[in-house]
Every structure is written in structure tokens, then in C-alpha cells.
Design a protein around this ligand. Sequence first.
Ligand code: ARG
Length: 460
Amino acid sequence: MSDNKTWSGRFNEPVSELVKKYTGSIDFDKRLAKWDIQGSLAHAQMLQQAGVLSAEDLSAIRQGMADIISEIDAGRMIWSLDLEDVHMNIERRLTDKIGDAGKRLHTGRSRNDQVATDIRLWLRDQISDIQVLIRDLQTALVDLAEKNAAVVMPGFTHLQVAQPVSFGHHMLAYVEMLGRDDERMADCRKRVNRMPLGAAALAGTTYPIKRETTAELLGFEQICQNSLDAVSDRDFAIEFTAAASLLMIHLSRLSEELILWMSPRFGFIDIADRFCTGSSIMPQKKNPDVPELVRGKSGRVIGHLTTLLMLMKSQPLAYNKDNQEDKEPLFDTVDTLIDTLRIYADMMRGVTVKPENMRAAVLQGFATATDLADYLVKKGMPFRDSHETVALAVRHADTEGVDLSDLPLETLQSFSNLIDKDVYDVLTPEGSLNARNHIGGTAPEQVLLQVRRWKALLTG
Ligand code: ARG
């Protein structure tokens, strides 16, 4: 292999500098190095068992790779653009160290099945890390829910005050969303965890390889059953990025709420100073930068999903160089997700809840109007009639500038003689909350049951 012509003596001239830069991937794919070596070691061991490599070659390869790992760890590995990508950089370094045994490593494989294997090995590990982080964020939210199970806040529909809900219940809504995100990650990981190695360039190889052996050594759950499919599809990366997009969307929604709640107009919560910044011109400002950036970065991850989908579209079988473009969006998706989950769990642990402000907002919005309607129904009035009766009572309270619970009994009775003094039990925000006592309801008792359920799931 002479410089800049790593693939053959077939070419009359080296690629131009510009082409070299344009086609090279070493700047970003070097982060796959350890997974590339992991794949190579399993491949070499299988080749030796199949009688293709000698025992001496295998031990030389193992020694050489161990040295290379130390060099990488020590930051001493020199990555060369002349060698295009991580695969050829490592192979060349190995050959420099151990000679011909290094050149024999690439027997029965191609960079096409090699790179597909590397990405899957790498992504498989990242998904496991991501799942741990999802659960840590869920734990932070469950703790917040437990502490605030009996804190009433206005529940909104159309961003108008609708009915009182428990702040803990609101937090648990996100725990549910994240639970499905976790399931999606686990499910996607099963399809990531399949081995392309052995597909070689596209058609398989003439050597007596044992793919089951390599798969077992690498901990793959399955082997890709069609060589053309194995080297060409990146659906596993797309699927992962789609799951990541949904997760980011959930966090973007929570971010939007944190931003609103922190605004003095709401004043429901405060976010610890270390997650906020000030303004260079307005001394009074405390800006919720972290949630705003999470909201912004959700767009970035969805952009990566679109990139990967467009990358696949129109690619004929099998491998095409287009696929080299899968890495940067995928890497950035993982990096963004991991950073976001980490910072989010920390941030939620630093949220201060302001129950008085939440309660005041409930009282301003006639949030217990449905409870009054339900009360009349329980006393025998048809629901449509009670809806109208309460509408008139709300109108009256509104002109008086008071909450329904502030109206004297005689006034309430002027709207319906079914009303008695027990009405005040349902007109308070706490009464409203306690009345919704069934699976999935907002009663603090139910919230605490869900807290217990999640704690068991998250520690189990
Ligand atoms: N750097 C390439 C990639 O990321 C590796 C595979 C290249 N294969 C090839 N035949 N050019 O996809």
C-alpha cells in the first residue's frame, strides 16, 4: 500500500487534495475506533478457528490491537486523512506494527460490512447508556411528583384554565411519556443488535467463515440474513433517530411548560440559578436558557432524522458511499440526547414549586365549574341542564369578580334549589382533586399509588 492509494495499484494518479478532504471520514469516524477494533478481534478469532488465519497471526493481531488501544487512550494515535477512514487507519497502524499478519486481517470482509458492524456495535452501547439516563430523569420527576402529590395547580386545555390537577400528576404525565421512550429504545436496540459482518462487500465471501461464531463473540442477538441488506440499509439508525426525536419532543413540551411556569405571569415554579442566565442589559432578568435550548435542540434532532431518511431514499442496493453521511447526524443525535437527558435530570432536581401561586391561579379560572355540574347531576339534574346552570353561575361570579366557592349559599341556590351547603366540599380545588379517585385520575391518593408503581419499576 503506497501513500494515498490505499486501495490499489489500479489508479494512475492519487486523488486530489480536495477530493481527499471531500471523501475522507477520519475526522468524525475515528470515534468508532474501539468498536472497530472489537469487531476486528472477533473476526480474526473466527478466521483462526476456521483455519484461515494461523494461531501466530491471531496472537500478533491481538498484541498489535492492544498496543493501538493504548496509543488511542494516550492520545498518541496519529490519524491520517491519507488513509481516509478509521478502518484503514487502524489496519495500517496494525500492519506497521506486526507486518503481514496485519495485512491478513481483512480476509473475508470488506469495509462495507465492517462499517455497518461498527456503527451497530457503537449504537448498541449508546442506547444502553441512554436508557440509564432516561430512567434517571424519570426518577427525578417521580420524586418531584411524590413531594407535590397534593399540590393543586390549574390543569389547562387550550391553555385556558380547565380543571384542578395535582402538580405531581402533571409530572407523572411526563414519566409516562419517558417510559414509552425507554420502551422504544429497548425495542429499537433489538434491531440494532444484528450482525452484518460476513456480508463482505455485498455478496458474502468465499472463505469458510462461521458467522455464528463472530456474532456470539460480539454479543449480537441475531445475524443479518441477507448480505445485500446487511451492508446497505441504515434503517436501524433511522429508527433510533426517530425514537430520539420523539424523546426530544417530549422534553421540548416539558421545556415549554417550564418556561411558561417560570415567567412571573405564572410564577408556578423557579429553576435553580445554575440553569439560567441573566441579561447583559436588563438587570432584572433571569432567563430559562436550558429549557429554551432543549426546545431548540429538538429541532436539530428532527433535522437529523430527515437527513437520514433522505440519505436512504433512492439508494440502489447495495452499499453506496452516500452511507458515509450517516455518521455525523447519528453521532450528533446521540450527543445531543445524552447531554440533554443529563442536564434535564439535574435541572428537575433543582426546581422549586410555588403552591400558593398555583392555587391562586386555580381560583381565578373557575376550575371547579365541572365539579359543580357533576354535583347537580348526582342530585338528579340531567348533565346538559347542569352544564347550563353552572354556566349562569360562572357568569354571575365573573361579574362579581369572585370564585364560585366565594358565592354565598343563597346565591348558589338561586341557580338551583338542588344546591345545599355540602356544595362547598366540591367547590374547593382540593375537593375537586380528591373526587377523581380512580386509576389514572388526579386524586393525590392515586398520584401516590402511581409514584409507588414507578419507583418499583425504576428500581426493579
Ligand atoms: N468510510 C466508509 C463509510 O463510512 C467506509 C466504507 C467504505 N466502503 C467503500 N467501499 N468505500 O461508509
